[in-house]
Design a protein around this ligand. Structure first.
Ligand SMILES: [Zn+2]
Length: 687
């Protein structure tokens, strides 16, 4: 599924455009933007002046290279200027108090009709004005950007009647006449640049105290507005309690006409289809609200790595599960470890200090997943009190500043009274994850109790870890935390009756590299494959064309394709396989998991027969070749194959999927067979 995203291009762009120098000065911008959707263009008027008490004019401005400047006046008089390739230079003295620019820009980036399998979350769209909707990103230059300065904005957006524009800031006007709709927005805190969206929206509103809570949806999604307002209010309330007062005047959920999931200062822009997904309200929405603090009001110093995705993932996607569904929280931690194991090869890893934004699933497994686990381990190490007060201190002190990992470290050290240098060093600067071993486990009867010993070990480099270890006997469960700082550490337990099993990190609280046998084969393994091979089963030739969205979604569009006969003649080795249709040859037929039977294009799961033309089975199994996987795509018809092909790539963490007429019926992940970190006592070991 689409993951929520931070929009960081603008920061990177401006840092490079301005040599990353510190922001000097604040400009007040009064903008009037009129949209002409049928003509894909806007007309703008910008009245600029240095904010009160500010040093003066910036050395220049950036504006879209596509802009045509109509007039440029200083205090009402024309002034000479040079506008070259997006750079606007004007000779301004500090005696001039206001600069007025009128301009026109055509924005018509094409919007993809079928975005399946495009990993680039922007779909290549920087700015576009069309009858279906308007999206102008902050880095498109739709308004002047003062070089080396930030701006406070008063923006009036107008367009044909019914076309409502949204941007950052507080909504101060919304009027509609028979010919025109107009909104106006006022920002408080200086910002670099604004994003703008517009569409045929209806406004739904229910404020929370001083905070405007707004939903801008088109007619087709209007029925969902109530639920979105309720969810926004709930999460704003929760995070104000956990962090600090909400740092913006409004929070708005705004519909986009193609499937984005953008988090912007004080608002989020979600695609029409994304809004309708039931889980968005409990996952992406709180994630974006958390970004109001982490990443927006407290900005990220990207030079030392992006910490805000891991933190937003931890306090939203993860922590809400912990509050309402502890089993779901455990499953979520497991998922993060499995994603890392399945998507990140050790030679292809990166440290958190090098993560900037998600461009691949691998980056996501590190920058979101590993980083979320780092916050989890930090919380376990310093305790809830110090953890949440550390975040509160960061939220208060970091407002309007650019924070690095080291700034967060400083706040957590202050609230916990603990030196966290080694902790942050190993998790942020080092590449990879520890791998743990459990050895020498023994149990001895001593008087009327049992003495259990064992060794917990790790491969180099040696992490400083607090590892939970759990011993279960027939009547007791005893937990202890083993401090592992070097290569190995002996531990011991005493229990009053016969020990049954011993497990290391039973609740998956530690970020570590899982053993292959702990990782069930999933769709993510196919996606991570570097040696993909598609095999078309005899009689299923029509499925190849029908599966093209699946191949695109798995990033397999360049994978070689063989027919079943060609495969049997060549027998290539060391490939991950995707088999379209059920093969005739026994060589290609796997040993099926219990409860699953397949004949032709029909299948049975737990005694339920799937024999309709709309039925689809997709499963991923460990291949007979070591460390390889094989996917099987069995479909009742070409139409069903085509439909499921679009859906399957969104279910990366699953091993088995069943669809009927486009509806998901079964999604499950195989249970891992065993773990080297679990020890079962048999009678011989218990002496
Ligand atoms: Zn995010």
């Amino acid at each position: 599924m689409l993951q929520p995203l931070r929009f960081i291009l603008i920061l990177l762009l401006l840092q490079s455009a301005t040599g990353a120098s510190a922001v000097a000065g604040v400009i007040d911008q009064n903008l009037f933007i009129h949209l002409f959707p049928a003509e894909h263009r806007l007309e703008g008027k910008a009245i600029l002046s240095p904010a009160e008490g500010q040093p003066g004019w910036p050395p220049g401005f950036l504006l879209s290279a596509r802009a045509e400047i109509d007039t440029l006046t200083a205090d009402g008089k024309p002034v000479p200027y040079v506008f070259d390739n997006g750079h606007l230079k004007i000779g301004l003295t500090n005696r001039i108090s206001a600069l007025t620019i009128t301009y026109r820009i055509r924005f018509d980036d094409p919007v993809p009709q079928n975005p399946v399998g495009i990993e680039d979350p922007s779909y290549g769209v920087t700015a576009t004005i069309m009858p279906q909707g308007t999206y102008l990103s902050a880095n498109s230059g739709w308004h002047p950007l003062p070089v080396d300065a930030e701006s406070r904005f008063f923006v009036t957006i107008s367009g044909p009647s019914g076309l409502t524009g949204v941007t950052a800031g507080r909504l101060v006007e919304l009027t509609t006449s028979s010919t025109e709709t107009r909104t106006a927005w006022k920002t408080q805190r200086p910002q670099t640049a604004l994003t703008l969206a517009a569409g045929p929206y209806q406004l739904f509103r229910e404020d929370l105290g001083e905070i405007q809570v707004l939903v801008f949806f088109g007619a087709a999604n209007a029925a969902l507005a109530r639920d979105y307002l309720d969810a926004c209010r709930e999460f704003l309330h929760l995070y104000q309690t956990l962090f600090s007062p909400y740092p913006y005047a409004k929070f708005a959920v705004v519909e986009n006409f193609y499937p984005t999931g953008y988090g912007l200062p004080g608002w989020t822009l979600l695609g029409s289809s994304v809004i309708r997904l039931p889980f968005i309200r409990s996952t992406s929405l709180p994630h974006e609200i958390a970004h109001a603090w982490w990443g927006n009001a407290i900005e990220v110093d990207y030079r030392s790595g992006n910490w805000c995705e891991g933190l937003a993932t931890y306090v939203a996607d993860y922590y809400l599960k912990e509050l309402h569904d502890p089993a779901g929280a455990l499953e979520y931690r497991r998922k993060l470890l499995r994603d890392y194991a399945a998507l990140v090869e050790s030679g292809d890893d990166l440290p958190l200090s090098a993560f900037h934004s998600r461009t691949t699933k691998r980056d996501q497994a590190v920058g979101y997943g590993k980083a979320a686990m780092v916050f989890h381990m930090l919380r376990n190490r310093i305790g809830d009190q110090a953890f949440w007060s550390g975040l509160q201190a960061a939220a208060r002190n970091g407002l309007g500043k650019r924070y690095a990992w080291s700034d967060l470290q400083r706040h957590f050290e202050e609230t916990s009274g603990t030196n966290l240098e080694r902790f942050f060093q190993q998790w942020v600067q080092w590449t990879g994850a520890p791998q743990l071993r459990l050895t020498d486990v023994q149990a001895k009867a001593v008087a009327d109790s049992w003495h259990v010993t064992g060794t917990l070990a790790q491969t180099a480099p040696h992490y400083d870890l607090l590892v939970p270890v759990r011993l279960a006997s027939a009547t007791q469960v005893v937990d202890q935390v083993v401090s592992l700082g070097e290569e190995e550490h002996r531990f011991d337990f005493t229990v009053t009756d016969v020990p049954v099993n011993l497990s290391v990190d039973p609740q998956n609280d530690i970020f570590r590299r899982l053993y292959p046998e702990e990782v069930p084969a999933t769709i993510n393994n196919l996606r991570a494959s570097r040696a993909p091979l598609v095999i078309v089963a005899t009689g299923s030739e029509e499925r190849l064309d029908a599966a093209r969205d699946l191949l695109r979604g798995l990033q397999w569009n360049r994978a070689p394709v063989l027919s079943e006969k060609e495969y049997l003649a060549q027998r290539p080795v060391n490939h991950d396989l995707l088999i379209l249709g059920w093969p005739e040859s026994k060589v290609l037929r796997p040993e099926l998991p219990d409860g699953i039977r397949i004949t032709g294009q029909q299948f049975t799961i737990d005694d339920k027969l799937y024999a309709e033309t709309g039925d689809v089975l997709f499963m991923v199994l460990d291949s007979l070749q070591t460390r390889r996987v094989a996917g099987y795509f069995v479909t009742g018809s070409v139409g069903a194959a085509e439909d499921a092909a679009r859906r399957i790539p969104h279910y990366g963490r699953y091993s088995l999927l069943v669809f009927r007429n486009g509806q998901n019926q079964i999604k499950s992940t195989w249970e891992p067979v065993k773990s080297p970190l679990k020890y079962l006592f048999d009678e011989e070991a218990v002496q």
